[in-house]
Design a binder for this molecule. Sequence first.
Ligand code: SF4
Length: 363
Amino acid sequence: MKLGYPRALTYYDYFPFWAGFFRELDIELVSSPPTHRTMMEVGLKKSPADTCLPIKILIGHLNSFTGVDAVFLPRLVSMEEGTYNCPKVLGLPESILGSIPPELEVLSVDINRRSGVRAVEKSLIQWGKCFGKNKHQVLRAFEEGERCLDAYRTMRKQGWSFEESMAFFENDNDLPLEIRNRLTLKKPPKTEKDQKIGQETSQGKEYRPTIALLGHSYLTYETYANLDLLAKLEDKANLKVIENVSDQVAAEKQKSLQKSIFWSHSRKIYGAGESYLEDPKVDGIIYLSCYGCGTDSLTNDLMARRARARQKPYLVVTLDEHSGEAGMVTRLEAFLDMLERRIGYENNLPPHGEFVDCHSGPV
Ligand code: SF4
């Protein structure tokens, strides 16, 4: 059996799990190609008007599949205790069935870790029966999926980029686990570009601010939709992303809120953001959001208030399907110029300077 997995939304966090799970069950799992213009156009045309950009991209990917027996689109209700996924993720796949070809079979299974790991196993065992797999086979596959997900997270912590680590699970699915685990202990060698950047910085030739990029993984690493923002920033700054902050630290930072945020992604974004706000080595924060995102309307506002209180430079980049590259580059350059000026002239205030900010309006 050959299943298709769309390279969108949950792919960016959980593909390694499903790659391991299905390999163990002897089911081939193929992902759709990276987003391209036609795919995006199809997604936009077929999506409900009021949905967010990542769901539109998902619909584009689902419409691109050929030569698979079915596509797999799990309903990820909750991936950790005490949290839920965003309602738009929770509503999949039913909410988008009208936007994909009727002949395309969609397979789905409920994953709800809020009720504990046993509930997830039970749900998978029940679902595995549709493929003629018994309880032991499914439990083994679940274990393998968990190991792959752990390996992926370890790789990211050890400095592998998203593309490097994901290529590993895309291409090397047949490698035995021991080899994959061993490989995760080594960080890939530095590219020529990295070495050049390192030399320039150590010789003091170029001013490179440190920027923290906050946002959902499926926007941060979706290079077509975000107009290759990551590469543009890495070219000019030392970049930090939310994966550089451990889950424990992010959870700790929640405690400053009266009530914890209950959407998984927003919780991590907020926790990482708070940690970067407190870090004096971080010169500025960029929040990458998208038009139509419900959870960002809360998290972004919270972050903006915190950044203002701490006087940390803060830029919001909102993507939609019409985002133009020139506009984005202009804003990034203006932000980076502002950071450079700030470092140079921060203490050079006129006598009334300290009062200017306290009377200005909200961000
Ligand atoms: S969190 Fe925002 S961007 Fe993500 S699926 Fe929900 S509404 Fe869309």
